[in-house]
Design a protein around this ligand. Structure first.
Ligand code: F6R
Length: 361
């Protein structure tokens, strides 16, 4: 039942405020400015013993993991990174007993992720799951984990589950941080930020008419560049994937800092750029990148916390805490991908060549 929406993608994009609310419910502990994660199976001593975090997932879940790794580094100051599970399992990885591994998956059935989990378990590693489907294979094979609570996702292309995964990583990073050096005040600041998310998501979705117009404006592009820096880079990667999957427009994602090392050669009027420009300590750096693009006559659509002069258009999103901004900045670009695909008459819920869960090699 699509409840008045024309596609599941549109419905699921609009379910995000409720989904995030569900991910937070019953988990926040105001007394100690931390969160309780029931099935984690990692006590404070275990949490303190973690020297590294390695996050494994595929596609959109891998991108959620990239944001998660940054959150863990920022809030818990533990070195963390994400890698496609499909690559990890084929490269005979060094498995380290002091590393905490996290397998991320909507379906909990993706074969590349499951195989990575099994290889890790066989080598004695501690593996947690960050999974949406309760009781799925990956949820069962991991030592514990965090349920994403996005609810059922029907559209092949992931939207609300991505957002909830990033929220779940925020909760986990806060929890790890509060077992280590994150102060009560910072814990409180993050909790307040998390609580603001559902209303801020509604605010972004209320701006749908502007995004629909912008999609029409850019739908003639043969190819699009997506850029972001540090927190914004995985957001750019995910937005680029979303556009390719549903519209079949070619898109590339690059760190804004890497533009001058090559891809700037592609910039011309027929190659528009979508830029993630948060109001954080890198704002001036990002503005400089916009200037470089403008100097090559590139069209720019910015997603930012305030109007960007150098951009042709800006989608303004509400500001949260710096560490949590990536949760919100991709949401308008889900709608951008949806409206672009719709204008092109694509089969939005079932893009060609794709399946909802990839349970084969
Ligand atoms: C993209 C998408 C895929 C999945 C990937 C992993 O919109 O849906 O990239 O994210 O196949 O699937 P799960 O999360 O089920 O392991």
């Amino acid at each position: 039942d699509m409840g008045g929406h024309d596609t599941y993608m549109h419905k699921e994009i609009h379910e995000q405020a409720d989904a995030v609310d569900r991910a937070l419910r019953g988990r926040i502990d105001d007394r100690f400015s931390t969160v309780h994660l029931g099935g984690l199976n990692l006590d404070a001593r275990d949490a303190r013993a973690v020297r590294r975090v390695k996050i494994l997932g595929c596609g959109t879940s891998y991108h959620a993991g990239q944001i998660g790794a940054q959150m863990i580094e920022e809030l818990a100051r533990i070195p963390a990174d994400a890698e496609p599970a499909s690559e990890f399992r084929y490269r005979n990885p060094v498995v380290d007993p002091d590393t905490l591994y996290i397998a991320v998956s909507q379906s909990g059935e993706t074969y590349d992720v499951l195989a990575a989990v099994q290889e890790l378990k066989r080598k004695g590693a501690r593996v947690l799951g960050l999974v949406n489907v309760v009781g799925s294979a990956i949820a069962r094979e991991t030592d514990g984990g965090i349920y994403v609570h996005a609810g059922p996702e029907v559209c092949v292309v992931s939207t609300k589950c991505f957002t909830n995964m990033v929220v779940a990583f925020g909760l986990f990073a806060l929890h790890l941080g509060r077992t280590r050096d994150l102060s009560v005040a910072d814990g409180k600041r993050i909790i307040e930020g998390l609580r603001k998310l559902p209303a801020q998501i509604e605010e972004i979705l209320a701006n749908e008419a502007q995004i629909e117009k912008l999609a029409a404006e850019y739908a003639d592009a043969k190819s699009m560049m997506f850029i972001g820096r540090v927190r914004g880079y995985p957001v750019a990667r995910e937005a680029s994937l979303k556009l390719k999957e549903v519209s079949y427009i070619h898109a590339e994602a690059y760190p804004a800092s890497e533009l001058k090392h090559g891809p700037l050669a592609l910039i011309e009027p027929a190659m528009p750029t979508v830029a993630i420009v948060p109001d954080d300590d890198l704002l001036e750096k990002n503005r400089a990148a916009l200037e470089e693009i403008k100097a090559r006559s590139g069209r720019i659509l910015a997603v930012a916390h305030r109007e960007q002069e150098k951009a042709d258009h800006t989608i303004v999103v509400p500001k949260n805490e710096d560490e949590l901004d990536p949760i919100l900045m991709g949401i308008p670009l889900q709608l951008f991908a949806y409206y672009t695909a719709k204008a092109m008459g694509r089969d939005i819920d079932k893009p060609r060549n794709l399946a909802k869960s990839v349970t084969v090699e």
